[in-house]
Design a protein around this ligand. Structure first.
Ligand code: KIV
Ligand code: ZN
Length: 514
């Protein structure tokens, strides 16, 4: 069987999704799960883009031992230096350097001639190889580039020392047969192509990212790139879990294997969805809530008689199991710790204590606490150094005007009390929070979901707000929808404030997990 390398870019291309802004400890949590998932390479960020990204890449490179950690760099020497500084202590450091090769990008974005682009690419790869043992070079917008120009530049960057050549479909423009032909063309025309690995990287603008990636595999690429749940800018990237399950189910067609542990799929997907706030559509292949739900009578009857009648993927294959050990009111610290270990949660003592307190509070209102509940609480308790915390909330509902009174606690212990009105309860809460922070913010999106079924389910609220010129997603979890909403607004504000402090260098190193 042919061995394929799996390159995950959830923390770089995925994190570029509008409104996603992960905190350092959340990035580390995802990175450690990706390592357990078994990805060969993870792109942890873009070190030169911000101090926050730099610290995250550095921390992940230090912590991850069984996957190669990489970081993105533009074709600029200072970007490569920053990436080296961030990655040098990693187990298998590698660089991902890119430059655009399509006529439209070269002329309007780079304002360089094709010859200048070749020269820059070659110089940067040569420079990168003075530091990194492995250098991946990407031709941004490859699928709208001239194929003979690609042949020319690829030959030269290979001579300069590139070890992996990636041909991204940056704007999600290509089709499966065209993408396969592009790889074949490059293989047939670049004389030194045997010295490198070829990689496919697709975006989903036309809904073909997974199909294009599978076509590239059939055209012989050695590496595939993508993100968990397909998150990413615009329509997102290739959903890695879909490609990986397709490879497993259709081994007969693809004849490839990877190092990935498929039974970690479901948990990895849930973790990414919770921490990024990017919900997985119910009907999404492999990881959607309905992916294994059989609704029609004929299907149910068939599955009961023989699962394979309508179920081509066994739920256990992707790690879907009913919540096994359910915790409750009488579960103590020890049982809770075991459950966290079982879920592979990596927590500092402070995070564990906060999570345990949240769990205990939940057992007052919820009889059975499931794995999904704990994951939802964990997503909420992961951030340290928060500025605003919800102390109390009263909402007085009126048909045309609702009043909210809120108490918000500062780290110094002071509780700020405010009240405001709004057309509805959420608006009243939003207006009150805005009054407390004293700066306008804009609500772009508001989403409510329940963690599990049942009337005692936790409410999870995700909000997207614009605040201090940033768009961030905040989330709040509570047994009550309105408290969850207030917490979500405060979470968004805290995230912006923490990001600002990190980027200003005021927080030297936010503690990742010990
Ligand atoms: O889609 C793209 O072109 C990218 C590059 C930076 C590789 O993500
Ligand atoms: Zn991309």
């Amino acid at each position: 069987m042919r061995k394929l390398d799996v390159f995950d870019t959830t923390l770089r291309d995925g994190e570029q999704s509008a409104g996603v802004n992960l905190h350092l400890s959340e990035k580390v949590e995802i990175a450690l799960q990706l390592e357990r998932f078994g990805v060969d390479i993870m792109e942890a960020g873009f070190p030169a883009s911000s101090p926050g990204d730099f610290k995250a890449v550095q921390e992940i490179a230090k912590r991850v031992k069984h996957s190669s950690v990489t970081g993105l760099a533009r074709s600029i020497q200072s970007d490569i230096d920053k990436a080296w500084e961030a990655l040098r202590d990693g187990a298998y450091p590698r660089l991902h350097v890119f430059i655009a090769t399509s006529p439209i990008h070269m002329e309007y974005k780079l304002r360089k001639t094709p010859d200048q682009v070749v020269e820059t690419a070659v110089e940067c790869v040569k420079y990168a190889r003075t530091r990194f043992p492995v250098v991946q070079w990407s031709a941004e917008d490859a699928t709208r580039s001239d194929w003979d120009f690609l042949v020319r530049i690829i030959k030269q960057v290979i001579d300069a020392g590139a070890t992996i050549i990636n041909l991204p479909d940056t704007v999600g423009y290509t089709t499966p047969s065209e993408y396969a032909r592009l790889f074949q063309y490059v293989r047939d025309h670049v004389p030194n192509i045997d010295r490198v690995k070829l990689s496919a990287h697709c975006h989903d603008d036309l809904g073909m990212a997974v199909a294009n990636t599978l076509a590239a595999i059939q055209a012989g690429v050695d590496q595939i790139e993508g993100t968990i749940n397909g998150i990413g800018e615009r329509a997102g990237n290739t959903a890695l879990e879909e490609v990986l399950v397709a490879l497993a189910i259709r081994k007969d067609t693809y004849g490839c294997e990877t190092r990935v542990q498929l039974e970690e799929t479901s948990f990895t997907s849930k973790l990414v969805a919770k921490l990024t706030g990017m919900a997985v559509p119910a009907n999404k292949a492999v990881v959607g809530n309905n992916a294994f739900a059989h609704e029609s009578g004929i299907h149910q009857d068939g599955v009961l008689k023989h699962a394979l009648t309508y179920e081509i993927i066994r739920p256990e294959m992707v790690g879907l199991k009913s919540n096994r050990m359910v915790l409750g009111k009488h579960s103590g610290r020890h049982a809770f710790k075991e459950k966290c270990d079982d879920l592979n949660l990596v927590l500092t003592d402070a995070q564990f204590n906060r999570l345990f307190d949240a769990f205990k509070a939940l057992t007052e209102t919820k009889k059975e606490v499931t794995d999904d509940d704990i994951l939802a609480l964990m997503a909420e308790s992961s951030i340290e150094d928060v500025k605003y915390e919800l102390e109390f909330l009263h909402v007085s509902y009126g048909m045309n005007e609702t009043t909210a009174a809120i108490g918000i606690r500062h780290p110094n212990g002071d509780v700020i009390r405010e009240a405001a009105t709004g057309g509805g309860s959420v608006e009243a809460i939003f207006n009150t929070v805005e009054r407390v922070i004293g700066t306008p913010m804009e609500l772009i999106d508001y989403r409510l979901q329940s963690t599990t079924g049942g009337e005692d389910s936790l409410a999870e609220v995700y909000v997207k707000v614009a605040y201090h010129n940033r768009v961030v997603t905040g989330r709040g979890v509570h047994g009550d929808v309105l408290s969850a909403s207030a917490k979500a607004f405060l979470d968004a504000i805290n995230r912006v404030l923490i990001k600002e402090r990190v980027d200003d260098g005021q927080i030297e190193s936010i503690r990742a997990q010990g």
